[in-house]
Design a protein around this ligand. Structure first.
Ligand code: SAM
Length: 144
């Protein structure tokens, strides 16, 4: 992986691809514009971003899992300046002159015996100051 600024002005690629990158930039459209400069005329540009505007709740309800989802969403929204970018891809692309992007949306569905819960818990742990435990907004303590 390289930062955009590592490439030369004349570098051009058949594919410019980013995953979970736009959410970190205060101006996603500006970043897209910079990234698009590196695409060959016959090339492609693609971004994969997480929708951080709402929580996918469990069904049937698992209260701890949903509390974890709400807490993670609040932390990610604070940490990511463009947390809503997944829902704004069309205006972001159009404003750069790239036109309307082809898009699809994927919703992970899982039980406790799949990698998703572990991913949620590991993400929560990384976003916590304490590797042993964290607190939800209501004060309840979660031990990792
Ligand atoms: C959440 S990580 C995602 C890492 C990886 N793409 C993945 O999906 O596992 C965010 C990434 O955005 C990249 N990033 C942020 N600003 C960038 C820039 N100006 N040019 C290239 N990459 C950038 C960082 O290097 C970091 O790896």
């Amino acid at each position: 992986m390289s930062a955009l600024d590592d490439f030369g002005d004349s570098d051009r690629f058949g594919m410019v691809l980013g995953r979970y990158v736009l959410i970190h930039h205060p101006d996603a459209a500006e970043f897209l514009k910079k990234a698009a400069r590196f695409v060959r005329p016959d090339g492609r540009i693609a971004f994969h971003e997480v929708d951080m505007t709402s929580v996918l709740l469990s069904s049937p309800t698992i209260e701890l899992r949903d509390a974890l989802g709400h807490d993670l969403l609040a932390r990610l929204q604070k940490a990511c300046p463009e947390s809503g970018v997944a829902g704004n891809m069309v205006p972001a692309f159009v404003s750069t002159g790239l036109g309307i992007p082809d898009m699809f949306c994927e919703i992970p569905i899982s039980g406790w015996n799949t990698p998703l819960p572990e991913l949620l818990i590991n993400t929560l742990q990384r976003l916590s100051n304490d590797a042993e435990r964290t607190h939800f907004e209501d004060g309840s303590e979660i031990r990792f």
